[in-house]
Design a protein around this ligand. Structure first.
Ligand SMILES: [Zn+2]
Ligand SMILES: [Zn+2]
Ligand SMILES: [Zn+2]
Ligand SMILES: [Zn+2]
Ligand SMILES: [Zn+2]
Length: 460
């Protein structure tokens, strides 16, 4: 299955010297894997030869980058507990490396190349990487992983003592369940190993419950486990598998559940749950939503009197869809919905939302909800988001924006407000329907992100 290895982006453990960069098999202990003796950035079990043809060009450029970066000012080795200082140190270094590597390759970096720089192991106390420490004159530098999670690193025993307590024993502000960073890391690691064992897929489970609720039940105070654990046991999953399976499924279920959560918050009473047709506009839609189309059926399954769900996916990435803009695509539903004649219809428009609104002219009708998943509107493509947000405000569309992490929330809220949105109080922060599939932040020393992890803002 060599083709898969060439096509798949090497997963997390390959970026931190704990799995072979070619076959992705985790090393049982550190000695089982050998670093590439030239760049020292990737590891292999017995696959170095097989990967050499592909790795060669990057390896040379990487070595060149390392000597260029060694000539620059070296980052401070002072330990600090200030996360923003640490993340800032890491990010500055990452940006320089990416720039230098890009120049030497003479092209934009690929995802794999960005990943090698973004997820390079860094000391949790001082933010330096092995390359940084080597550049500062210690050729034998090696970072040691935390003995429990093995995902965070220390450059010396002194720095381990400095950072270990906070890492292992203080609840992380990004953990909904009050876990420490080390515990969250441990789960991330288990998840990545489970996926490799289950056939090496990067794709989370695409599962949605088959049951159809008899009537709408408020989501207030509900949790992923409370809502789904029993259903999964009914499906026949062994008890030990329920947790990891559900965790994986939340990555996609976060999309429909966030829609339902927002509809409940934005509507008074339950008249909205009894509408015959529900229309949702997804702004800045991407492959993420296309891939998870089936899981949106959970909306029908929680709103039994709705007979038609219109999902309108709008965004430049929709140009990959074969159907012509605006053509209704009737999606396959489950047998039960099919027998009752219930429909899930998808529309695609390969345009920016404000252009879509303009093109509709007087035919534009306000949807029940407009939602932008993980938009990053405050940090990326801000100029094109601004007129989109303005048109939502002008048309008084019930709207919600989600974000990957806390930093994005701040930036997103600033942009939403500057475009005239009056953000509803109380509806921001860690989402109860955040994906539980966490990822380590790239380009930083600490931090996690996940799909729809935060509600950035809700407005009408
Ligand atoms: Zn291998
Ligand atoms: Zn190399
Ligand atoms: Zn250190
Ligand atoms: Zn740890
Ligand atoms: Zn169904």
């Amino acid at each position: 299955m060599a083709y898969m290895q060439e096509e798949r982006v090497p997963p997390l453990l390959t970026r931190i010297h704990q799995a072979c960069y070619y076959c992705f098999k985790p090393g049982t202990d550190d000695s089982a894997l050998k670093r590439c003796s030239r760049c020292r950035r990737v590891c292999y079990d017995r696959c170095q030869k097989a990967n050499w043809k592909t790795h060669k060009a990057l390896c040379s450029a990487y070595c060149e980058m390392q000597s260029d970066i060694a000539a620059l000012d070296q980052p401070s080795g002072e330990p600090t507990e200030d996360v923003s200082v640490l993340n800032d140190r890491a990010n500055k270094r990452v940006q320089s490396k990416m720039r230098i590597l890009g120049l030497s390759l003479g092209r934009e970096l690929t995802v794999m190349e960005r990943n090698l720089i973004g997820w390079e192991p860094r000391c949790l106390a001082c933010a330096r990487t092995e390359e940084d420490i080597r550049a500062a004159g210690s050729p034998a530098a090696s970072l040691k992983p935390c003995a429990n999670c093995r995902l965070f690193f220390f450059c010396s025993e002194e720095h381990r003592i400095f950072a270990q307590h906070a890492h292992s024993h203080v609840p992380d502000p990004d953990s909904a369940r009050g876990l420490s960073q080390c515990e969250v890391n441990f789960n991330i690691r288990q998840d990545s190993i489970v996926r490799e064992v289950m056939g090496g897929s990067d794709e989370p489970v695409r599962w949605a419950p088959e049951r159809v609720k008899r009537k709408w039940e408020s989501l207030d105070g509900r949790t992923w486990e409370g809502e789904h654990a029993a259903e999964l046991q009914d499906v026949g999953l062994p008890p030990l598998a329920v947790g990891p399976f559900l965790c994986s499924a939340t990555d996609g279920l976060a999309f429909p559940m966030t829609i339902l959560w927002a509809l409940e918050k934005l509507n008074e009473g339950d008249a909205w749950t009894k509408k015959a047709i529900l229309t949702i506009h997804v702004l800045g839609a991407t492959q993420e939503e296309l891939m998870r189309a089936m899981q949106f059926e959970e909306i029908l399954h929680r709103l039994p009197t709705v007979y038609k769900l219109n999902l309108v996916l709008i965004g430049p990435e929709m140009k990959t869809v074969k159907a012509k803009d605006g053509t209704p695509v009737v999606m396959d539903t489950c047998p039960r919905c099919f027998r009752r004649g219930r429909q899930r219809v998808q529309y695609h428009y390969a345009s920016l939302y404000h252009d879509f609104v303009a093109s509709q002219g007087s035919a534009y009708t306000t949807p029940n909800l407009a939602i932008a998943f993980n938009s990053g509107c405050g940090s990326e493509e801000t100029e094109s988001w601004l007129p989109t947000i303005k048109s939502l405000v002008e048309k008084k569309v019930p709207s919600v924006f989600t974000a990957f992490n806390r930093d994005e929330v701040k930036l997103d809220r600033a942009i939403l407000e500057s475009a005239g949105a009056v953000l509803l109080p109380g509806l921001t922060g860690l989402s109860p329907w955040a994906s539980q599939v966490l990822h380590l932040e790239p380009n930083k020393v600490k931090g996690f992100y996940s799909n729809n992890r935060f509600i950035a803002g809700v407005f009408i």
